[in-house]
Design a protein around this ligand. Structure first.
Ligand code: G1P
Length: 292
């Protein structure tokens, strides 16, 4: 029996420079797709995959995230007084229960690997765990993390969600060196962070969904700087290769890179089209712009 994945780390300390001025006084993870902040999509995906402990690695100016996953007495009282119990219920249902959320701060912007390392003492010594990057939004029938947990139950070890990207984009993502492939699973023999297109070992990129083993903290603790002078999660994953199974899962679904403006806008359209209350209006709008 494989160990169940109970905890997920959400690195939310990033500054969001690409979305200034929107992110000047608001965390980038609170940017909404239709009417829900990016971070809530990630938390709901984790909840649907059976995660019970939500660990946020935050930074300065991120209080809105803590308030979002808390009860708002004023709002509750107002909605109750107005007889809007259904709205209240819909807001309450995704708020984790008391004790399920933990916040820790990154304190220094040293990279994604460092952010994950900051949560090391909140993960058990033998406990595999998940990492979700809210920038990556996945639209799928089965939540992406659930697909990964199902694979992990069979394979054990580490699992990352992967997808093919155009070769000219390899310098935006962690890229796999593949030993073999069977069905939707790739056996990984190498990982490189943001290689130039000419040097990339494949065009299979990691999206922001990981199931990792706690031994990764030992490598992250060495604070070795990689691409961009940052402590990279990809480098620490590469250092663990050989110590256990490591698979890339070509997940079912569509991923939107919401750290990129075009990807963010595309996600807004796709999620609006998936909603019965908005799809007809959205289609009309899109038609009116078709020749623009
Ligand atoms: C991070 C990771 C990268 C991964 C990407 C997915 O990059 O370092 O390996 O492919 O997330 O979105 P970032 O987007 O933080 O530059």
């Amino acid at each position: 029996m494989r160990q169940t994945i109970r905890k997920a780390i959400f690195p939310v300390g990033g500054l969001g420079v690409r979305f200034l001025p929107a992110t000047k006084a608001m965390p980038k993870e609170m940017l909404p797709i239709v009417d829900k902040p990016l971070i809530q999509y990630a938390v709901e995906e984790a909840q649907a995959a059976g995660i019970e402990q939500f660990i946020f690695v935050t930074g300065r100016g991120k209080h809105a995230i803590e308030d979002h996953f808390d009860i708002s007495f004023e709002l509750d009282a107002m909605l109750e007084a107005r007889g809007q119990g259904a709205v209240l219920e819909s807001i309450r249902q995704w708020i984790p229960r008391p004790g399920q959320v933990t916040y820790t701060r990154q304190m220094e912007p040293l990279g994604l690997g460092h952010a994950v390392w900051c949560a090391r003492d909140l993960i058990g010594k033998d406990e595999p765990f998940a990492v979700l990057l809210a920038d990556d939004l996945v639209q799928s029938k089965v939540p992406c993390l659930k697909q990964m947990i199902d694979v992990h139950a069979q394979t054990g070890g580490s699992v990352v969600a992967v997808m093919d990207i155009p070769r000219e984009h390899t310098n935006r993502y962690g890229i796999l060196d593949i030993e073999s492939e069977s069905g939707n699973l790739a056996v990984i023999r190498g990982l490189v962070e943001k290689p130039d297109p000419a040097d990339a070992p494949s065009t299979l990129s990691i999206i922001g969904r990981y199931i990792l083993q706690p031994e990764i903290f030992t490598h992250l603790g060495r604070r070795i700087k990689g691409t961009g002078g940052e402590i990279q999660l990809t480098d620490a994953m590469a250092a663990t290769l050989g110590s256990g199974p490591f698979h890339g899962l070509r997940f079912e679904g569509r991923r939107f890179d919401c750290g990129d403006k075009a990807g963010f806008l595309e996600a807004t359209i796709a999620f609006a089209l998936a909603r019965d209350d908005l799809a007809p209006a959205m289609r009309d709008i899109l038609k009116s712009y078709a020749d623009a």
